[in-house]
Ligand binder design. Structure first.
Ligand code: ADP
Length: 589
């Protein structure tokens, strides 16, 4: 059995199922201990022609065999079979339910964790937590309960019956068994460590495989397949080594168990035969004793297996608990209010921001105002802090009090969820799900009509391309479907954001991969469709921001100037240089 903060509650949750399983288990164990007595009756009956039953001697004839042996044995076997079926369903079923619940809890928790957590944790590691580790915990829960109670009840009952028959022989038999449990206990601690190492090696392997498959195009383009293969081989070997070490210890433990069990059989046969020889035991009683001993082999093995399983379960539960205990560093304050509406005014007031763990500020003393309903461009070189501005508006990271405001309210005083509810975002990587185009576009809206989806696609100038696909809006995207160009991906992502019709729309470098005519179309459509709502367009091309109400020029995390295109052209040399440079580049094309 396995205990811990995150699993104890499930013993209560499934108490009825567990109790039903335990009642069936105990009944089956009891029925099992009735069989050795029948061995005694048959052997003594065959030997002497009469059998002692409850203190009186009965004649051993065919009627006795039928009534006292065959019929009861038949019903006991039927009872055992059905009982086993029942406890398996109940106990293993509770384990499977716990796995499902924990997985649900982990997934819900993962969704709350901040961007910083995901930049630290690798996807492969998370995947192995959701599969390997959870499976181990499930195994320890269902099988753990079964083995603990089986060992306690079947072992206890058989031992009691053995003690009643001959306590000296029982003590002799127990010495190697006690040694075996002691060895398992010591080895178990070592096995926990080795299991942890094994799980970590598997996580690293999954991480590597996941990253290689995601970056397969880059690997092929740079002809680095062999280098990747060598790196994979190294990790695969490390995983193999960790497995071998663990399996070696576990096999060694098994060999010890067999050795101890077999040595007990020798003791029973030797000492038992002596007892028969001196007349203390009949042959049938020796058989009965061996029958009880056979019944305790499994419980004792279960104890050693339990120790091994516990080691694995503890290591996996620790990894699962670490995930469930990791807290999001971006959370709501108790006093945070739920935003009921957002007009879309945003103010950065002397914002200085450094990413967690970074050595330098991504933004320093950044101040600018976006009035509600304005179309604002944020422009600057790569690394100047444009995406960071979007990250902070969307509260992906924490900002200091009194530095960032929405509709005049400090962002720290409003709940993160309600703020994000009023925002739509087109991220730089334009991630699309492996789903239909329609479902990708309507992702943010629960009950979107076909017409809404098509309208959004028209606004982002992708409707024409989608119409060329055989299944139009029902075309599957990604791994199981079509692969679209970077520009098409950007436009589908824009359509997805437009579907939300949010008070604030942020586009992060979202038209960089489309040609200038398409860009013009999209920007015109945005202007009309989002009239009166705030739109923030992050870009590196002047053509994208030229016609917007306001442009914020960033350089090296600092605001160089804020104004319309004409204002910046007249007073900002950096902006003028940028315009001139881009004009030269375009001419060069
Ligand atoms: P831009 O969007 O203008 O290209 P970013 O806002 O993405 O620039 O980045 C601004 C600076 O912050 C860069 O120097 C970048 O390296 C750094 N940065 C961005 N994201 C992170 C992160 N998650 N952790 C640490 N540093 C980051």
């Amino acid at each position: 059995m396995i205990f811990g903060k995150h699993i104890n509650k499930y013993y209560w949750k499934y108490v009825l199922l567990i109790l039903a399983g335990l009642i069936a288990l105990v009944a089956v164990d009891y029925a099992q201990t009735l069989i050795p007595e029948m061995y005694r009756m048959v052997i003594d009956g065959v030997d002497k022609g009469e059998v002692a039953v409850d203190g009186s001697l009965l004649v051993f004839d065919m009627q006795f065999v039928w009534e006292r042996i065959c019929v009861p044995m038949f019903f006991i076997i039927i009872f055992i079979v059905f009982g086993r079926f029942l406890w398996r369903i109940c106990l293993f079923g509770s384990g499977i339910r716990v796995e499902r619940d924990l997985r649900k809890e982990m997934f819900a928790h993962c969704e709350l964790l901040s961007a910083e957590f995901y930049s630290r944790e690798k996807v492969g590691n998370l995947m192995s937590l959701f599969t390997n580790d959870l499976e181990t915990v499930q195994d320890c829960f269902g099988s753990g309960i079964m083995m603990t109670f089986d060992a306690l009840f079947l072992g206890g009952l058989s031992l009691y019956k053995m003690f009643c028959m001959d306590w000296v022989m029982t003590l002799f038999s127990l010495i190697p068994m006690a040694l075996m449990v002691a060895v398992s206990f010591v080895v178990g601690k070592y096995m926990t460590l080795k299991w942890e190492a094994r799980q970590q090696a598997f996580s690293d392997l999954s991480d590597f495989a996941q990253e290689s498959f995601s970056g397969i195009a880059v690997i092929k383009a740079f002809v680095k397949e062999f280098k990747e293969l060598l790196a994979f081989r190294r990790l695969n070997k490390r995983n193999e080594d960790a497995n071998v070490v663990y399996t070696r210890i576990s096999t060694l433990l098994n060999v010890f168990v067999t050795l101890f069990v077999e040595s007990v059989i020798c003791i029973i046969l030797g000492y038992g035969s002596y007892l028969v020889y001196v007349g203390t035991f009949t042959g049938g009683q020796l058989m009965e004793f061996i029958g009880y001993f056979n019944s305790i082999i499994w419980p004792v093995m279960a104890i050693t297996e339990l120790i091994e399983m516990h080691s694995r379960g503890k290591a996996s539960l620790k990894r699962v608990s670490d995930l469930l205990d990791s807290e999001s560093d971006v959370t709501d304050r108790d006093s945070a209010e739920v935003l009921q509406k957002l007009d879309g005014a945003i103010e950065f007031r002397h914002v200085t921001f450094r990413y967690p763990g970074a050595d330098y500020d991504a933004l320093s003393d950044v101040s600018f105002v976006i009035d509600s309903g304005e179309n604002v461009g944020i422009i600057g070189k790569t690394g100047s802090g444009k995406t960071t501005v979007a990250d902070l508006i969307l509260r992906c990271y924490n900002v200091e009090d009194g530095t960032l405001f929405v509709d005049g309210k400090d962002v720290n005083d409003v709940t993160i969820k309600s703020l994000r509810n009023f925002c739509a975002y087109v991220p730089q990587d334009n991630f699309l799900f492996s789903d239909t185009i329609a479902n990708n576009i309507s992702f943010a809206v629960d009950e979107a009509t076909e017409e809404d989806v098509e309208n959004a696609a028209k606004l982002s100038d992708i409707d024409g391309n989608i119409s060329n696909f055989a299944h139009r809006y029902q075309t599957m995207m990604g791994e199981r479907g079509v692969t679209v160009s970077g520009g098409q991906k950007q436009r589908i992502s824009i359509a997805r954001a437009l579907m939300k019709d949010a008070s604030v729309l942020i586009l992060d470098d979202s038209v960089s991969a489309v040609d200038t005519d398409t860009e013009k179309n999209i920007l015109n459509n945005l202007r009309t469709a989002r009239k009166g709502k705030t739109t923030v367009i992050i870009a590196h091309r002047i053509s994208t921001v030229r016609g917007l109400d306001k442009i914020v020029l960033l350089d090296n995390g600092k605001v160089v100037d804020v104004g319309s295109h004409d204002e910046l052209m007249s007073r900002c040399p950096d902006y003028r240089n940028m315009v001139a440079l881009q004009a030269l580049e375009e001419e060069g094309l």
